[in-house]
Design a binder for this molecule. Structure first.
Ligand SMILES: *Cc1c(COP(=O)(O)O)cnc(C)c1O
Length: 433
């Protein structure tokens, strides 16, 4: 067992002032028990906690650290930006360059607006969809997470799933009424809803491959069905690529998989990778819809720190290094790590379902394949907790929840892969016991 006294002391101190000691719920280790590690440094594929323990990182800040930690080229660009001031609250070249980069990678984004978090991007997308269609209803899928704005905090994934909350108190009945929740991968439910209420629906929002209830890939044609059904009834499709955008390919999920399937969402949301670890997110879409935003249109949206020069510098420097060869590396590392761990679990006789969505992956501790949130909830989270703690004690940091995706970075080495798989062999035996 590693020494974690420093983390324990800081966490006790944190809990006196910060609810649960954390700034975001999943970090508190509620579902796995134990004390969260207080990380103080990262370099490449590794991070170190305040007690000096070293970990190979398979969380990578839930995606943004796609190049690994403190990449020298990113650090240098961000340092340059910082020297010129942190913020002006005025337009700057950084946001223009980043908008151009996004539009180049995802041509369906004819216009881009920057915000500071994925939550904000999705909240704005929903407002925009309602304004564009003059309708109120939003359709989402159970287990998908789209940030914590009221309209979307109904049967959500991520922390809400980890804590087993159906909905959050504080969301009004009116808000909940305007959100219809369907089962993921259920074409029949989608078609029935549109037959009954199609004319009231402003938008369907979805993750292109849900990864906030663990990774649950869409069945063949499901995204296209969403797009086609919505469009047939004059509703919009919001594709929430906050997690997948520029992580699973140069053009995100849509850029990789939709080109051959022939579907296009009306509004995209991005976050995580586009800020390279700084608070930055965006929404994009057709000029016709996006120009409804103020000041060209009347849909209000704003932000003191939106398009911040330091954040856009981090995002740009990160995306500059996200080329085809990086995505090949990520795919390879994800396969090596994911399959290696799955083999270790199989050898130890731990029933599980290893699921992938591009280079995102996760393990459900249930023998059957998971296609939706109710099936995800059949898993044994106690087995996960044992597996998690054994990995952590051996210096492998993975998400502290059975309902989250795992993230590789381009900095992972062959040696790291070996170390992860060796740790997994031991952790799998612990999980089996
Ligand atoms: C992380 C995430 C969000 C929320 O982004 P924040 O920056 O945490 O507000 C929204 N949608 C998806 C798909 C996400 O993965």
């Amino acid at each position: 067992m590693s020494n974690t006294l420093g983390s324990e002391q800081w966490h006790e101190r944190a809990k006196k002032l910060i609810p649960g000691g954390v700034s975001s719920p999943v970090r508190a280790f509620t579902s796995v028990g134990g004390t969260p590690r207080y990380y103080v440094r990262g370099e490449g594929s590794k991070i170190w906690d305040i007690d000096g323990n070293e970990y190979v990182d398979l969380v990578n800040s839930w995606g943004p650290m796609i190049l690994g930690h403190a990449h020298p080229q990113v650090v240098s660009k961000v340092s340059q930006a910082v020297e010129n001031s942190f913020s002006f609250g005025a337009p700057g070249p950084g946001e223009v360059l980043l908008a151009e980069e996004i539009s180049l990678r995802v041509p369906a984004c004819e216009r881009v607006r920057f915000v500071s978090s994925g939550t904000e991007a999705v909240m704005t997308a929903v407002r925009l969809a309602r304004a564009a269609t003059h309708r109120n209803l939003i359709v989402k899928f159970a287990g998908c997470y789209h940030g914590h704005s009221d309209a979307l905090l109904v049967q959500a994934g991520s922390g809400i799933a980890t804590l087993g909350l159906p909905n959050s108190p504080g969301v009004t009945a009116g808000q909940a009424q305007d959100t219809v929740v369907l089962e993921y991968n259920n074409a029949l439910q989608l078609e029935e809803l549109f037959t009954e209420r199609g004319e009231q629906i402003a938008a369907v929002i979805t993750e292109p491959t849900p990864a906030n209830m663990g990774v649950v890939p869409p069945e063949q044609g499901f995204n296209k069905l969403i797009a086609d059904t919505a469009h047939k009834y004059g509703a919009l499709m919001i594709l929430d690529e906050v997690m997948t955008g520029f992580r699973v390919s140069k053009g995100g999920w849509w850029g990789k998989f939709a080109a051959t399937e022939d579907w296009t969402p009306d509004i995209f949301t991005f976050g995580k990778v586009i800020g390279g670890g700084m608070p930055l997110a965006a929404l994009g879409g057709s000029a016709k819809i996006m120009e409804l935003l103020a000041p060209t249109g009347s849909v209000y949206q704003a932000g003191t720190l939106s398009g911040n020069p330091v954040a856009t510098a981090a995002g740009l420097a990160t995306l500059e290094l996200c080329d085809e060869s990086l995505y090949d590396t990520l795919d390879l590392r994800a396969r090596q790590v994911g399959e290696g761990i799955s083999d270790a679990l199989t050898r130890a006789g731990v029933g599980h379902s290893y699921q992938t969505g591009g280079n995102l992956f996760s393990f459900f501790f249930t023998p059957n394949r998971v296609r939706n949130f109710s099936e995800a909830q059949l898993q044994n989270t106690e087995v996960f907790a044992k597996f998690f703690h054994s990995l952590l004690d051996q210096g492998v940091s993975v998400p502290p929840s059975a309902y989250e995706a795992w993230f590789v970075s381009g900095a992972i080495t062959d040696l790291d892969v070996e170390r992860i798989i060796e740790a997994a062999a031991i952790a799998a035996k612990v999980a089996a016991s």
